[in-house]
Each structure stands twice: as structure tokens, then as C-alpha cells.
Design a protein around this ligand. Structure first.
Ligand code: HEC
Length: 177
């Protein structure tokens, strides 16, 4: 191999590199497209009005529609999330949380031998369907300072069901809304 051939090889390599990179550059120049600053198919978030309490924040939830999503049977299953801290059976004892037999229609913080947080006592409302729905959605948000260490039930069906289930555990169930 003489020097001339090596030069040819080097030249070929440089040429190839130039072609490969060059084509990329050229196509860039020819097909330069300005990127839109916003996605072309931006989908507007549609605010669907559901029976969720989150949007309203007040008591203006369609509680009848919400409860229609639930069943007592499903509520019994959902209540398993509560049994670490609550008993719902008649004559049950307080655990970490107060006994929940007959809680619907009862004033909040009404179990005399249970030591509630100041926040819950100050809340002072009756456990209506609406109140219970808001509390179970996000306990800490609805009653700031409550000592119920539970994140909440996001699904409407779960809240509706557990409310219906608890309402069966009562001497005086709340009438259907
Ligand atoms: C980690 C334990 C824990 C779990 C899990 C829990 N709770 Fe509680 N709950 C508490 C405590 C503690 C309180 C007392 C709150 C206070 O005094 O601020 C309470 C209070 C309540 C009250 C108010 C009762 C009254 O007498 O005013 C209701 C209603 C309630 N819980 C329902 C539920 C339901 C339904 C679930 C399941 C979906 C649940 N809780 C899950 C600990 C828990």
C-alpha cells in the first residue's frame, strides 16, 4: 500500500462523513419547520359536572344521584378499610375511632366515652348524607384538624356504598333522600 492509496482511503472516509452529515444539514435547511409553541391538538379539559363534592365544596351535591351509585353489599366491602379503626356493630366498642353504629343522623362527636379531636367537636354538625359524603371524600380537608388518619374515598361509588351500608347499622336509619 503506498502513500497515494492511503490518501485515497482517507479522502473516501472524509467524503463519506461529509455526505452523511451534510445530507442531514441540508434536509434540515430545506425542511425547516418552525415548531409550534403549542400542541396542535390541544384538548381542552372538559369540566364534567358529576355528583362529586370536590367541585362544589359545599352541600350542593346531588346526594340522591350519588347514593344511586352505591349498594349496601359493596359498602360492606368498602367498610373493611374502616375496620382497622372502627366498629359499626350495635353495642360495639370504640377502637382508634369511635363506634359508628347509628352514626348517620347523629350529631358529630356524640359518643360520650370517646375522646374526639377539638376540630371534630367544634364542627358540631349532624351526620347527614351530605356531611358524611364530604367527610369521607377527604376527612382532613372537610374537618381541618380531625384526627381520623384516613386519606378518604375517592370513588363516588365507594362513598355512596359505605354510607348506605352504615345507614343499615342503625336503630333509626335516615330516610332515603
Ligand atoms: C386510621 C384509623 C381510621 C380509619 C381507617 C377510619 N377512621 Fe374514621 N375516625 C378515626 C378517628 C381517630 C376518628 C375521630 C376523629 C376526630 O375526633 O377528629 C374518626 C371519626 C370518624 C367519624 C365521625 C364519628 C362521630 O362520632 O362523629 C366517622 C363518621 C368516620 N370516622 C367514618 C369512617 C369511615 C366510614 C371509614 C372508612 C371508609 C373510616 N372512618 C376510616 C379513625 C379512622
Amino acid at each position: 500500500m503506498n502513500g497515494f492509496e492511503i490518501n485515497k482511503i482517507i479522502a473516501a472516509v472524509i467524503f463519506t462523513v461529509l455526505i452523511v452529515f451534510g445530507i442531514g444539514k441540508i434536509t434540515d435547511l430545506i425542511f425547516y419547520v418552525e415548531k409550534p409553541s403549542e400542541a396542535a391538538y390541544k384538548v381542552e379539559a372538559v369540566t364534567v359536572k358529576t355528583a362529586s363534592a370536590e367541585s362544589s365544596g359545599s352541600g350542593s351535591v346531588d346526594i340522591k344521584a350519588l347514593l344511586a351509585l352505591g349498594t349496601v353489599e359493596h359498602g360492606e366491602k368498602v367498610f373493611k378499610k374502616c375496620t382497622a379503626c372502627h366498629v359499626v356493630a350495635k353495642g360495639g366498642k370504640n377502637k382508634i375511632g369511635p363506634v359508628l353504629y347509628g352514626v348517620l343522623g347523629r350529631k358529630s362527636g356524640a359518643i360520650s366515652d370517646y375522646k374526639y379531636s377539638k376540630a371534630l367537636i367544634a364542627h358540631g354538625k349532624v351526620w347527614s348524607y351530605e356531611e358524611m359524603n364530604l367527610y369521607l371524600l377527604k376527612p382532613q380537608a372537610h374537618i381541618k384538624g380531625t384526627k381520623m388518619a384516613f386519606a378518604g374515598l375517592k370513588k363516588e361509588k365507594d362513598r355512596a356504598s359505605v354510607i348506605l351500608y352504615m345507614n343499615t347499622k342503625s336503630d333509626n336509619p335516615l330516610p332515603n333522600p
